[in-house]
Design a protein around this ligand. Sequence first.
Ligand code: SF4
Ligand code: SF4
Ligand code: SF4
Length: 268
Amino acid sequence: MQWNKDAEQAVAKVPFFVRKRVRKRVEAEAQQGGAAMVTMAHVTACRQRYLHHQEDEVQGFTLEACFGQSGCPNRIDTGEDLTKRLESLLRSHNLKEFMQSRVSGSLKLHHEFRVTMADCPNSCSRPQIVDIGLISASLPVRGGSPCSECGACLAACREEGITLAGPETGPKFDWQRCLACGQCVKACPTGAIAFGLTGYRILLGGKLGRHPQLGRELSGVFSAETTLAIIATCLSHFKAENRQGERFGEVLNRTGFSFLAPYTLKPL
Ligand code: SF4
Ligand code: SF4
Ligand code: SF4
């Protein structure tokens, strides 16, 4: 649906963590009203509702993703669409009711538990600054074919994470540098590098606000099943340890990560 210039400019000023949702809502309301184009009047009506009835708009969590599924060439295909399963997991924890029991006064959108997915380490959807961030990842492995020493993988790797060790041995990976982006695999013309363990990197406890912090990353790349199990454990921990509506990052700063053993944090 088309937006006029004023409406576009107005929605661009909405805080980023609710912008997508507001945009969707404005469009739906304009469509329901039979409009052919979104105008400032639609934005204003929706803004009034958000400002004066914000608690009604709170659903307890947000689940966002980057534009990878719309055809981004950098996307790492994990073979799973985790979104639906994640949404149903988040829903099953009744986070709105839970936050209502912890927060004094009415619930605001910033109280929602935020989960964000990025389909590659470029992280356009900013998974580092939300309660739980997921980054699709694929570790490179030595493929079955000989290496022609063409250097395409060296050029593709922005982390300088590869050295070549001759046609037989082929590429060697520096796991301290590798971000599991898969670019070297896509660049290799001979199949000397292949996709290895593919799944998700997990970041926990990122936030903005008065005391911003980046999420801490667990060591490793996790399957969809393990990722969902880790998130379920995190949600239970969040609910058991939360004091007065703290963000997950604040809970983790107080309790540490031992509840997640045997998983460990990636060194900073
Ligand atoms: S995070 Fe990666 S896959 Fe997603 S939109 Fe950005 S570049 Fe594309
Ligand atoms: S997966 Fe990405 S970061 Fe890792 S070695 Fe290949 S190109 Fe470099
Ligand atoms: S691993 Fe592939 S891309 Fe890298 S030098 Fe060898 S043949 Fe070229």
